[in-house]
Write a protein that binds this ligand. Sequence first.
Ligand SMILES: Nc1ncnc2c1ncn2[C@@H]1O[C@H](COP(=O)(O)OP(=O)(O)OP(=O)(O)O)[C@@H](O)[C@H]1O
Length: 292
Amino acid sequence: MLTVSHLSKRYPGSSAPALDDVGFTIGDGEIVGLIGRNGAGKTTLMAMMAKARRPTTGTITYRGVDILSRDDALDRFGIMIQPVFLPHISAEDNLRFYLGVHGDKAHERNIRPVLELVGLWRYRTRRPSGFSFGMKQRLALAIAMVNDPEFLILDEPFVGLDPDGVLQLITVLRRWAVDRGVSMLVSSHQLNELQELCGRFLFLENGRLADEFAGERGSTIVVDLSRPLGAGERSTIAMLDPSAVIRDDGASVEIAAEGASLNRVVGTLASTAGIAAIHDKATRLAECFGEA
Ligand SMILES: Nc1ncnc2c1ncn2[C@@H]1O[C@H](COP(=O)(O)OP(=O)(O)OP(=O)(O)O)[C@@H](O)[C@H]1O
């Protein structure tokens, strides 16, 4: 378990703290999303967890050890905050170099699978100096994942991946969390992707932890109708799916996206009141950004 307690950071010369008395825990195998507007303090928090910046006050402990007290405290971490690599050696040699610096020959076997995962295997002999922005991001992601980490800190990992790559990455990360108990803190502005991945969210606002809430995987679909349902039609829908929520005006119905009766309810609505639109219910996640 990782525990952050009363963590604050004030940059020299700034009037307000970038991070202000933040505390939370992340358990083994938990995938936690870190969200907040630009400047909310996400990178500052992750950089302190990665020991790249020192807190002004507060502590971060991993498995009971204060990470600042030991040089090897982050050996089992995979970190992607800013793309960091050597531009003039090949992509494959970057991974080999990274493992070499950490005295870690054993994980050289991971070089091919992680480069395949991020779609860079066929560019393995090319130097990142000639890579596009997205390819550089993907190389940084590969470096963060190559040592079979126990804990991943990923800042905007989906940037630079195509939709297939995003899906593959989410699948692998979720599998790592379940099969190997890998924990993760993932920051992103791509809310749909985060929603697919994370079981819990931390919402930073002006350096403070403004909210903490569970994810809503298996979300709710809202069906807007062409006309309001009559009393008999309401009863029919309630019989088909007792958990369906008919809004007061009768003009829209909320249904669990993964419910067994989804098709029957939608089919009945289509053939009675008619369907004007179908959309995802705004989640707490989206609301965090809609409440500006
Ligand atoms: N090195 C620095 N020196 C002074 N102020 C800084 C420094 N780094 C960040 N800040 C300030 O700290 C606050 C938090 O910045 P941070 O980069 O952590 O936010 P963020 O949530 O990661 O933003 P973004 O989504 O844009 O990446 C901002 O007000 C920023 O201007």
